[in-house]
Design a protein around this ligand. Structure first.
Ligand SMILES: CC(C)=CCC[C@@H](C)[C@H]1CC[C@H]2C3=C(CC[C@]12C)[C@@]1(C)CC[C@H](O)C[C@@H]1CC3
Length: 379
């Protein structure tokens, strides 16, 4: 299935050169050193390339031409989003770039890992299987699922900095024999057809300009009879595109999270079926009656505070926490310690957080629509 959007020509050398110029040597020490050591001109370029698609369109109103341009350039947009956001994510969230459900009293990292195990379990990933992780980030889920299921995983990623970090972490964890990471655009995969036993995507395919486009690529590289599992970011059936408030929330999520265009649940299901998948399981996990909502770490509401570490997790998202972060990052940028565009990137993450919480509270949005689908044995 080929997407209607005309795709950008891949240029791996250009991307590798840019990544090296912006991020320099990948370090193991963590966020702070990495964040401070960025090249200023390259950081400014990443911010310019990313925000040119959004400045002036914050309310969600734009021409069809502008929208098409953003969709056509989604690969560059996403790559630069993660050039700007990866260190902030790692520092502020961890190495698994996704949401999860929370049980009362459960530690954050445990809940994140459980969400990954749940997907592996629902898909039936078995020891020795060769699995593809589409949009693998810095490899947090791949490391967890490789250990949990004893499988081999290839992580596909469009961002060289994330690949370098994922490779470094896999080596550190002693998992280099089970994990490998490949650079590439998930809309034009170069893996051999029918080569993976299973494919999963955790909150990643939302970056695609067309779900049918990326699901079609996944279908192509899966072996006949192989399984695909996805946690998809989607607008729910409550979302009404003619409602300006709903559009504002959707745009806040798109702008702050590097998403060219987000669609509704029904479009996801249609896309899976259109490319040939047979759906075996589908559920919006955000719809379960959980006492602690998936968005609690972003809500800045002390009523969700259940442990010592929650004081920091929640505190930084309160008005005071955000104001401090805004001025601190701004000051560091002004004196040339933090990279150019750091404040704008941090502010847009705060916008994203607000929109995600509002979308979650109003049940307009889900980051965990779970679908498990199979490529027929005789497609
Ligand atoms: C973008 C996609 C498709 C997935 C990533 C989901 C989440 C891991 C991120 C969505 C919003 C992010 C924010 C942060 C971390 C990563 C997310 C939760 C911060 C908490 C990082 C620290 C900053 O100070 C505030 C950020 C708010 C948004």
């Amino acid at each position: 299935m080929v997407a209607a959007t005309k795709l950008e020509q891949e240029n791996h050398q250009r991307d590798a050169d840019f990544s090296k110029a912006m991020h320099g040597q990948v370090n193991e020490t963590g966020y702070f050193a990495g964040f401070m050591g960025k090249d200023k001109a390259a950081s400014a370029e990443a911010a310019k390339e990313y925000f040119k698609h959004w400045d002036g369109f914050e309310d969600g109103n734009e021409t069809e031409e502008e929208k098409q341009k953003r969709l056509a350039e989604y690969a560059t947009l996403t790559r630069h989003y993660y050039n700007l956001a990866t260190d902030l994510y790692e520092n502020g969230w961890g190495q698994s770039f996704h949401f999860c459900r929370f049980y009362p009293g459960e530690a954050f990292n445990q809940a994140i890992a459980r969400h990954e195990h749940f997907l592996a379990l629902k898909m039936g990933i078995k020891p020795g299987m060769h699995v593809l992780d589409v949009g693998c980030g810095v490899g947090g889920p791949a490391r967890e699922i490789a250990r949990f299921s004893d499988c081999k995983i290839t992580g596909l990623n469009n961002n060289d900095y994330q690949i370098a970090r994922a490779t470094m972490y896999a080596h550190k964890a002693g998992l280099s024999n089970q994990l490998r990471f490949a650079k590439g655009d998930f809309m034009q995969m170069s893996f051999e057809e029918n080569s993976f036993d299973a494919v999963y995507a955790i909150e990643a395919t939302v970056h695609a300009p067309s779900l049918a486009g990326v699901y079609g690529q996944i279908f192509k590289v899966l072996k006949p009879g192989g399984v695909f599992g996805v946690y998809e970011w989607l607008m729910t059936e409550n979302y009404d595109d003619s409602d300006a408030d709903h559009r504002r929330i959707r745009r806040g999520i798109e702008l702050g999270d590097g998403i060219a265009q987000m669609v509704r649940i029904e479009e996801c299901i249609k896309a899976l079926k259109t490319v040939g998948f047979e759906i075996e399981y589908q559920e919006d996990l955000a719809d379960r009656p959980d006492p602690i909502p998936w968005y609690y770490p972003l809500a800045g509401n002390m009523k969700y505070c259940a442990s010592l570490s929650d004081i920091f997790t929640i505190g930084r998202m309160t008005w005071v926490g955000r104001t401090l972060a805004h001025y601190l990052v701004g000051a560091l940028e002004t004196v040339g310690v933090a990279p150019q565009g750091a404040r704008k990137a941090a502010d847009s993450l705060a916008t994203a957080a607000d929109a995600l919480v509002e979308g979650g509270e109003k049940k307009l949005f889900t980051p965990m629509y779970l679908a498990v689908a199979r490529k027929p044995a005789n497609p």
